[in-house]
Ligand binder design. Structure first.
Ligand SMILES: NC(=O)c1ccc[n+]([C@@H]2O[C@H](COP(=O)([O-])OP(=O)(O)OC[C@H]3O[C@@H](n4cnc5c(N)ncnc54)[C@H](O)[C@@H]3O)[C@@H](O)[C@H]2O)c1
Length: 380
């Protein structure tokens, strides 16, 4: 029997993405997998049911049937309580679980004896690059952030020489030059702005400069383990703050993307720095979901403080759902190559480094240690 894969419609508020797109379904069905897609699953992302059907998927109108008959369920957002209850014990569910923020759902998946893989836990090793949803979705978020900045500023981004006078280009400052920040830099440059970038990892400097932007240098290198940033010392934070304050005051648009894995986002833009910005300036805080890089950010809202517009958008990848889903689906296709053998059987040995690291729940047990500890602390 061929292995059966289900793709439900995402039901979380504001989620427009879908886990698999028709092109990837086509490749999977060609390889002998059975793919069932819930009716309407791809509609909000621009993929109608007929295109899935043409790619070889079964389009299922019965949600409960879809969940209970699948061996593998692929999702963008973690499954909700009703979806977990609909799955048979032993079903493998793969999604971005954001486990530390969804402990109740992790406990439910454990009790339902599901096998859950969390895509955000896939290690960032070279072999796993094609499965890296953090990178693919951050690319989309960085692009959207630059567009939001361009939309909210009352200025042009490019330099213009017109009969009505010369327009100076806007200044865009990007704080945090990881995957999202670099995409914001590239997008703001393409729109013609003068761009500056800053990151605590010195290695980011070369990447920022290669995109035609200026890199703000601080005599600090806070590169921690695995290529991520470490937290700064108090003295380092002071130096950073003085330099950032000056750059922020000078910018028309500030896009912040700074993050430290597993922690609240560092606060880089304080109230008094916002007060020193020119009226009409804009801050787009990509870290809103994890607390914000600006002290005044309200997650999910756009506010005005000291005459500065501060946007704290949530789930930006969903705003470019067509391409975000295409990239997400490609990531899942690569992940499935590890999870399903060439002859279409489910792998049961999870000793592969990538599977072992991303395995969240199996056989009624939470297998990801930090999440297990959080659950034990909260006695769930
Ligand atoms: N497979 C791979 O090898 C792989 C895949 C993806 C990313 N990476 C690397 O991992 C690194 C981080 O990627 P990410 O975008 O997911 O990071 P992230 O989302 O965790 O953080 C965003 C950026 O914020 C920066 N930051 C943290 N604290 C800061 C502060 N106080 N001030 C300014 N900036 C601050 C970080 O250095 C990072 O560049 C990058 O070097 C990236 O190239 C490697």
């Amino acid at each position: 029997m061929a292995i059966s894969i289900a793709v439900p419609r995402e039901v979380s508020a504001g989620e427009r993405r879908v886990a698999l797109v028709p092109d990837v379904v086509k490749a999977l069905t060609k390889a002998g997998r059975l793919v069932a897609v819930e009716a309407g699953a791809g509609l909000a992302a621009g993929y109608p049911d007929e295109v899935y059907a043409a790619a070889g998927a079964t389009v299922d109108t019965d949600r409960t049937h879809l969940f209970e008959s699948a061996q593998i369920v692929l999702k963008v957002q973690p499954p909700n309580a009703e979806e977990i209850a609909a799955m048979a014990p032993g079903t493998v569910v793969v999604a971005v679980m954001n486990a530390s923020r969804n402990l109740d759902l992790v406990a439910r998946m454990r009790d339902a004896k599901l096998t859950a893989f969390a895509l955000e836990l896939v290690p960032r090793i070279t072999r796993a690059q094609s499965m890296d949803v953090l990178s693919s979705q951050a690319t989309v978020a960085g692009y959207r952030a630059a567009l939001i900045g361009a939309e909210l500023t009352p200025k042009f981004l490019p330099m213009l020489t017109t009969a009505a006078g010369t327009i100076r280009p806007a200044k865009v400052l990007i704080l945090g030059a990881g995957v999202a920040g670099l995409m914001s830099i590239a997008t703001a440059r393409r729109l013609g702005a003068i761009v500056e970038g800053y990151d605590v990892r010195r290695a980011a400097g070369e990447q920022v400069r290669s995109l035609g932007a200026k890199f703000l240098e601080l005599q600090i290198n806070a590169e921690g383990t695995g290529g991520y940033a470490r937290e700064l010392t108090d003295e380092e934070k002071k130096q950073e703050s003085a330099m950032v304050a000056k750059a922020v005051a000078d910018a028309d648009i500030v896009i912040t993307t700074a993050a430290i894995p597993g922690r609240r986002a560092p606060i880089l833009v304080r109230d008094e720095m916002v007060a020193r910005m020119r009226p009409g300036s804009v801050i787009v805080d990509l870290a809103a979901e994890t607390g914000g890089n600006c002290e005044l950010t309200k997650p999910g809202e756009t506010i005005v403080a000291h005459g500065v517009t501060i946007a704290g958008p949530l789930n930006l990848p969903s705003q470019s759902a067509f391409h975000a889903s295409q990239m997400f689906a490609k990531n899942l296709q690569s992940f499935l190559d590890l999870l399903v053998t060439k002859d279409g059987a489910l792998v049961t040995d999870y000793s592969d480094e990538i599977l072992a690291a991303s395995l969240l729940v199996a056989n009624g047990e939470v297998r990801h240690q930090p999440t297990a500890e959080l659950l034990a602390g909260g006695k769930k």
